[in-house]
Design a protein around this ligand. Structure first.
Ligand code: 9WN
Length: 447
């Protein structure tokens, strides 16, 4: 099989290659998400990148998160992109036009939406790495954790204040890009209701020339919708209340909700350690409990899979994507549901599919109609998502499961190309090569 023809670097060499990717993608002020395709800082990428950087240089890791949080909006939102001067990505800062936003930062240009809240997890992981490194690193990381805590808290508060509309308790997204899983079938139904108007200003995509095969990226039709949603938000001057009330896309994201629950837990741990006041800690505990309950309430009565919700039509979104395993990340679902999800994860529908090169969950079940093994969030395996499950399983004390997942992810990535995502049957790297967050999580696993 083509799997047997793949290069397999010994782990010390693989780690050195991963370190080189992070160094090569470092412009001096940010480590870009990828060299050609993504020449800016992305929010959740920066979190994972800092986790990798902490294995090389704790101060550099801290600087990365500080740069991201220096772009935090006044209302608390952490923007999904912090733009560098590079011109090679579309939509860039002019198309986003967030300069009209009342709450935007004045020092940098950013996009006007957010991404999954994994930053508290990154801060804690950087702290752990620093403590194993040297007393100086430890002191720097502790100072940093204390300093960034109120900013993390403001970010979490923003999600609760602005993004928990309605009664589902799920954290809502106003654009598929906010989920980080842009064109996942999770969003097919809500996107079907997004009708780009004739006033959509013309545009030229830049992403297609940066990947080998356009079939690995979202379609033009999808892009029209992505751009139309930006148009709507720009017209609303990025006023969150208006956007949540009026935009043509509003979905409760169960995966973000699960990540939010555990990030609140982590923030509580950090807050206790660094002497934060009882009131914010109490709020975080309440937010975590509400988020967990929302994830549990979304579970399908037969399959157990957690579901997103279209908040415009009040319908559950039943898709067999990796997001359905959200309760395994955050816990809180009844034991029976959890057992069902674990055996589903091991089954041939997911990791146990006999054709997989490496038994890590693909973005979509290979047995689901419409599974597309080479297309972005519609089938390929994403090491960074595997890292989240690995980290959560460790945290939950499922060490053997966690170890199996990590070993499998290393098998997938040991060709040393650090692909953005991988074809599940052959292990072919797809999308961008030298993707920073892939290198970062591999480095974290190997150190
Ligand atoms: C849009 C940077 C980002 C990731 C997302 C991934 C992809 C952007 C794009 O790249 O999205 O935000 O242009 O396709 O879907 O998760 O953060 O790596």
């Amino acid at each position: 099989t083509s799997g047997e023809r793949r290069v397999r670097y010994p782990h010390p060499v693989l780690a050195a290659r991963a370190a080189r990717v992070l160094r090569d993608n470092d412009t001096g002020s940010v480590v870009t998400a990828a060299p050609r395709l993504y020449p800016h800082m992305w929010s959740w990428d920066a979190a994972f990148i800092s986790i990798g950087l902490a294995r090389l240089d704790v101060r550099r890791a801290i600087a990365e998160l500080e740069t991201l949080f220096a772009a935090q909006w006044r209302n608390g939102m952490v923007p999904h992109i912090v733009f560098t001067d590079a011109d090679a990505y579309f939509p860039g800062p002019d198309r986003w036009g967030t300069d009209v936003a009342r709450d935007g930062p004045s020092n940098v240009r950013t996009s006007g939406i957010c991404q999954p809240p994994v930053h508290a997890i990154a801060v804690q992981r950087v702290l752990e790495a620093a403590r194993m490194s040297s007393p100086g690193d430890r002191a720097d990381a502790e100072r940093f954790a204390r300093h960034i805590w109120p900013k993390l808290y403001a970010w979490h508060r923003w999600l609760v204040e602005y993004r928990t509309p309605g009664s589902s308790g799920l954290i809502a997204i106003v654009h598929g890009w906010e989920s980080g899983m842009d064109n996942s079938p999770r969003w097919d139904l809500p996107y079907a209701a997004v009708k780009p108007g004739a006033e959509l200003p013309p545009y030229v995509r830049k992403d297609l020339s940066a990947v080998g095969d356009p079939g690995e990226r979202p379609t033009d039709r999808e892009y029209d919708r992505y751009l139309w949603l930006i148009e709507e938000m720009r017209r609303a001057s990025y006023d969150q209340r208006r956007i949540v009330r009026d935009s043509s896309f509003l979905a409760g994201d169960v995966f973000i909700t699960a990540l939010f629950a555990i990030s609140c837990d982590v923030l509580i741990e950090l807050g206790r350690e660094f002497g934060q006041a009882p009131e914010p800690l109490g709020n975080l505990a309440e937010w975590a409990a509400n988020a967990r309950a929302a994830v549990a309430a979304s579970c399908h009565s037969v399959s157990g899979m957690a579901r997103d919700r279209d908040l415009r039509t009040s319908r559950w979104l039943d898709t067999q994507t990796i997001a359905g395993f959200a309760p395994l990340l955050c816990g809180g679902a009844p034991d029976g549901v959890q057992l069902r999800l674990l055996s589903l994860l091991d089954s041939e529908r997911w990791c146990g599919h006999p054709g997989l090169l490496a038994p890590v969950p693909p973005s979509v079940s290979p047995l689901r109609p419409g599974f597309t093994p080479r297309q972005y969030w519609r089938g390929p395996q994403w090491p960074v998502v595997v890292w989240l499950f690995w980290w959560a399983f460790e945290r939950r004390g499922w060490h053997e499961r966690a170890r199996r997942l990590r070993d499998a992810a290393i098998l997938l990535t040991e060709d040393g190309s650090f692909g953005e995502y991988y074809e599940p049957f052959t292990g072919e790297p797809l999308g961008s090569a030298d993707q920073s967050w892939t290198a970062a999580v591999v480095l974290d696993w190997l150190c």
